[in-house]
Design a protein around this ligand. Structure first.
Ligand code: NAP
Ligand code: GDD
Length: 345
């Protein structure tokens, strides 16, 4: 019998990569999407044209993690082997503007799914999309599964709730419920308001003379960036382990936003000279045009200055090994962006 998986958040970056990964493994995948006023399935539309994927194994249902009835009906109807909860208001800066909604979706949403599992079938395995954002104002570096949390945003606080309610349901009801504590992961399918995609997109357009300037926030924050393709494999491996457990997934290397911009510029053969300090720091091209400028608009009320993880546990127990490094991630993102412009001509 083929395994059945439900993915909450199927239309997002990770939902798209995970759907393709599970379909190639022979799963029947049921994706849950929200109603939107415009089509929001562009990241998964290619599933229907991929010859390696059997289309009749992929189904989409309307649902929302803020709506218990929709969650219960879907799980009860499909009776899946595995549930991946990737649904979230996932933008940290936006969570300061929408704290109550973020808590409803990112914290209570997890509780709703867990509660449905206990009522429908306790054998359904559950993956919770935890985040390095939970480490926030880090108390040690690198961060491991044992590092205490210190969240710095409504998003981070909601994810900490989800982490602990997942642990609590595992211990209380013996559920196979697991947390992946994933550090930032990017790809060509990354949402356009996250910093890597924003930088790659803008610098490609600047190179093609279709944009003059990139406005950016805090250049000195540091992140541990991996590729979403490697990270969805880790999600699956976490649910195939012989016992339910929590795992940090990361590369172990960190770069600042400024270093990331420099790497992307180098790849695009744009020579940037930096002048000024702090919010007044600016980037100039070889013709002395200012192409990068900081704007207060992109700073957050509380910042996570530095994140870098240690994935030794996942490497040892799950034998997880990422294929990509920062260079191949950047190349993948740039080539996708440049192809879009080429095809638009
Ligand atoms: P994403 O691209 O923003 O995708 C989020 C998905 O959740 C989208 O499909 C979105 O639907 C859906 N969603 C939002 N609110 C919902 C609701 N109320 N009910 C049902 N679905 C809802 O995020 P991602 O980068 O793929 O990340 C996937 C998960 O991993 C998220 O939970 C995120 O917080 C977590 N995470 C991400 C990273 C990372 O670096 N990418 C790291 C750690 C943890 P729409 O398409 O309709 O908006
Ligand atoms: N988005 C954005 N836009 N961030 C900027 C900008 C800008 O113009 N300029 C500087 N930054 C800085 C942010 O202040 C932050 O320190 C860093 O770039 C990364 O920002 P994001 O790319 O928005 O990601 P994030 O780290 O806040 O959150 C992502 O990773 C988390 C895992 O640690 C999201 O995917 C979360 O959902 C995820 O949990």
């Amino acid at each position: 019998m083929k395994k059945k998986a439900i993915i909450f958040g199927v239309t997002g970056q990770d939902g798209a990569y995970l759907s393709k990964f599970l379909l190639k493994k022979g799963y029947i995948v049921h994706g849950i999407k929200r109603r939107a006023s415009q089509l929001n399935t562009y990241r998964i539309d290619d599933i229907y044209s991929d010859p390696l994927i059997k289309k009749n194994n992929f189904f989409l249902h309307y649902g929302d993690v803020t709506d218990s009835i929709s969650i219960f009906s879907i799980i009860n109807k499909i009776k899946p082997n595995e549930i991946y909860n990737l649904a979230a208001q996932s933008h940290v800066a936006v969570s300061f503007d929408l704290p109550e909604y973020t808590t409803n979706a990112d914290a209570s949403g997890t509780l709703r799914i867990l509660e449905c599992i206990t009522r429908i079938n306790k054998k359904i395995k559950f993956y919770q999309a935890g985040s390095s954002e939970m480490f926030g104002k880090v108390v040690e570096s690198p961060q491991t599964e044992k590092t205490p949390f210190y969240p710095r945003s409504p998003y981070g606080v909601a994810k900490v709730y989800s982490h602990w309610i997942t642990v609590n349901y595992r211990e209380s009801y013996k559920l196979f419920a697991c947390n992946g504590i994933l550090f930032n992961h990017e790809s060509p399918l990354r949402g356009e308001t996250f910093v890597t995609k924003k930088v790659v997109k803008a610098l490609c357009k600047i190179k093609l003379k279709k944009q003059k300037k990139l406005f950016i926030g805090n250049l000195s924050a540091k992140r541990d960036w991996g590729h979403a393709e490697d990270y969805v494999q880790a999600m699956w491996k976490i649910l195939q382990n012989n016992k339910p457990d929590d795992f940090v997934i990361c590369t172990g290397k960190q770069y600042s936003i400024k270093q990331f911009i420099n790497m992307v510029s180098k790849e695009l053969e744009i020579k940037i000279k930096w002048r000024g300090k702090g919010i007044k720091e600016k980037g100039f091209d070889e013709n002395n045009n200012c192409i990068i400028e900081c704007s207060k608009k992109y700073f957050r009320p509380a910042e996570v200055d530095t994140l870098v993880g240690d994935a030794s546990k996942a490497k040892k127990i799950l034998k997880w090994k990422p294929k990509h490094n920062i260079q191949s991630l950047i190349e993948d993102m740039i080539s996708y962006e440049l192809n879009l412009h080429k095809n638009a001509q």
